[in-house]
Design a protein around this ligand. Sequence first.
Ligand code: ADP
Length: 276
Amino acid sequence: FSVVFSPIHEPSGGDAFALVVFDDITDRLAVARMRSDFVANASHELRTPLASLTGFIETLLGPARNDPAVAERFLRIMLEQANRMRRLLDDLLSLSRLEMRVHRRPTESVDVVTALRHVVDALAPVAERYGVEVTLDLPDRPVAVRGEPDELVQVFQNLVENAIKYGASGKKVAIKAERICADGGRDQVRVRVRDHGPGIAAEHIPRLTERFYRVDVGASRELQGTGLGLAIVKHILTRHRGTLAIESELGRGSEFTVLLPAVVAEVENANKPNSL
Ligand code: ADP
């Protein structure tokens, strides 16, 4: 609590009053703490590759100066570290852009089927590298949601890429999209991304969408993770009035389910001039 105490004196010199304002600042303190944790985490994540770059540069300028084989090996590691810093900065920028847009509702009509096809095509080289077969089970007609096309592509891209990378041992990733009728409510679009990898222990699941939360930091780094992917997914879905559900069983794999409000078909058609 913050307490502000203001004495109020009657000009006549009569009774004196006091105005006491109690203000519950628990939420504000929590937000301030989250912000400073975030800055500390982000700085730490950036400092690690930077320290490694500095170390390699010093070695290249000193002992390894005249050894082309060592120099080549070090330069490759340096390139990897620089790429890691770039990925981190890209993700940090995405998050800050999303925070700025948080009060603006997305207005475009986005076809989830097209977005998923695009994501699977773009990730084909990654799937090949990890030896994973990605299957798509899609409705034959477009299913529209109200959204920001780039952001929705990013949601599916992060989920499918995670399924490929973390679930690689299961060899198969299955994506299914469908429009589901809600009882008395608004129709929804459901997208499920399923892998047959090692799965995630129950205690980690509620924390996966926290910034920088990783089950195994070493494995995530090895797989070029930043720990921000699912935080970005959650942010985007909230902005789109969507949800993310995570189900997982150790040794059997994981399923990430996205639900988004569907665009009402009748309204869509009515808006088209030639449907009159
Ligand atoms: P990262 O950049 O580390 O991949 P994410 O926010 O995308 O960060 O994911 C957070 C963590 O959740 C990952 O580090 C990983 O430990 C775990 N994770 C995400 N998806 C899966 C999955 N399909 N199978 C197993 N673990 C997963």
